[in-house]
Design a protein around this ligand. Structure first.
Ligand code: AMP
Length: 396
């Protein structure tokens, strides 16, 4: 398979699909450049090997064609600074003028094209549009894991124009490496911590994980759908009554497969969903009327910590309590600390999915985990076991 490392970029124009969908303030200044930084190694490598990177991205959700607010022009100066190169800008991502600018690029020169989503053909995965994008370059690199679950023109369809000149960038390569360490060859025991609010949004991932894990920690609001399914009293805790059967089915499958499920048996309950709620510790299946279970209790935290610390591989997706409120953050903080301890002992840990990344940042644990995935939706679909169009397009 072609890779950035083995491909000869000398004198070539390399179209790189990145995810530069960064937040801008009202003065069009970038308020968080993480996504741009993540793509720098790929761009630099192309330059180093004598190629000319041509960068393609979307920014925001422009509904009505070209809009200054969503112009990639706002990113040019910052990208120039990060690369130490004067980045050129094309006012359009396709067309004769853009083709000419692209053609005239010298080795080492960098061009960024205007927002792909100024054309509705991009999200439609229009083949003719993908062909026009392809005319700008000699090869295609996909480095946008965040949009790899979309079959858009620039993320997947364009691949057919480069049957022998397509590859992943370093960012996607490292995401796939880390995911394969977890999903394909995990060091045992493998523990998945699935938290967050609802069973309904995590059910497909949980089902897929039951084939892979040794331990499944179910935390957060999901807990109470399971507790209620067994007839427990959950007060006003979050519960999805349509999923009671599903909860029992998950437990049954887990038992058949020998997967141990760990769930809170004591909880920190609050008398309101609020930062300054009154709290009490109670049994998870005996929560008083009007109270809500908002975090794992101290005994359950100890159980979870023990399982996590003894694991060889850990996947963390979703907080185990309402970590945004100090009174209900202990479970998520403890889970995070246990992951760091396990990682120090040699475990491989992967954190992904918006809110667990927010936990890692809030509790300052980033240094102590093996890999933090940058992708939201794409990661979740990957964990569900789906084939991502942006990945398949390069591999096929
Ligand atoms: P998700 O986006 O499904 O991963 O859910 C994350 C959200 O779940 C966070 O904002 C948490 O505050 C929330 N959450 C965690 N535990 C609970 C709980 N016991 N009750 C209600 N919400 C919770």
């Amino acid at each position: 398979m072609q890779t950035i490392n083995n491909y000869d970029f000398k004198g070539k124009k390399a179209l790189i699909r990145v995810d530069f969908n960064v937040p801008l303030n009202e003065n069009f200044e970038i308020t968080d450049d993480t996504r741009i930084r993540a793509a720098i190694p790929t761009i630099k490598k192309v330059i180093e090997k004598g190629g000319s990177p041509i960068i393609m991205s979307h920014l925001g959700r422009p509904k009505e064609g070209p809009t200054d607010k969503y112009s990639l022009r706002h990113l040019v100066d910052h990208l120039s600074k990060l690369l130490g190169v004067n980045v050129k800008f094309a006012n359009d991502c396709i067309g004769e003028e853009t083709k000419k600018i692209a053609k005239e690029l010298l080795p080492g020169e960098v061009l960024i094209l205007e927002n792909l989503r100024f054309y509705k053909e991009e999200e439609k995965g229009d083949e003719a549009f993908a062909g026009k994008l392809a005319e700008n370059g000699d090869c295609w690199i996909n480095d946008a894991f965040g949009t790899a679950h979309r079959a858009h023109a620039s993320t997947a369809v364009i691949a057919k124009f480069f049957p022998n000149d397509k590859m992943f960038g370093y960012l996607i390569e490292s995401e796939l490496d880390s995911l394969s360490k977890v999903l394909e060859s995990p060091k045992r025991p493998f523990t998945a911590i699935m938290g967050g609010a609802k069973v309904s949004s995590k059910i497909t991932i949980i089902e897929n994980m039951l084939d892979k894990v040794d331990n499944l920690i179910i935390g957060g609001g999901m807990t109470f759908t399971f507790v209620k399914a067994h007839g427990g009293k959950i007060g006003s805790s979050l519960c999805e009554d349509d999923f009671l059967e599903t909860a029992l089915r998950i437990e049954k499958i887990a038992a058949e497969k020998g997967v141990k499920i760990i769930m809170a048996h004591d909880v920190v309950a609050g008398d309101a969903f609020s930062a300054d709620a009154n709290t009490q510790i109670c049994d998870a299946n005996n929560i008083p009327e009007g109270w809500l279970g908002l975090d794992a209790g101290p005994e359950s935290i100890k159980d979870m910590q023990k399982v996590i610390e003894e694991s060889g591989t850990i996947l963390w997706n979703g907080p185990v309590g309402v970590f945004e409120f100090e009174k209900f953050e202990a479970g998520s903080r403890a889970a995070g600390n246990a992951i760091v301890t396990a990682t120090k002992k040699g475990a491989f840990s992967l954190v992904g999915g918006g809110d667990s990344v927010a936990c890692v940042n809030k509790f300052d644990l980033a240094e102590g985990v093996s890999y933090i995935s940058t992708a939201g939706g794409a990661l979740l679909e990957y964990l569900e076991g789906r084939i991502l169009p942006g990945i398949a397009a390069v591999k096929e």
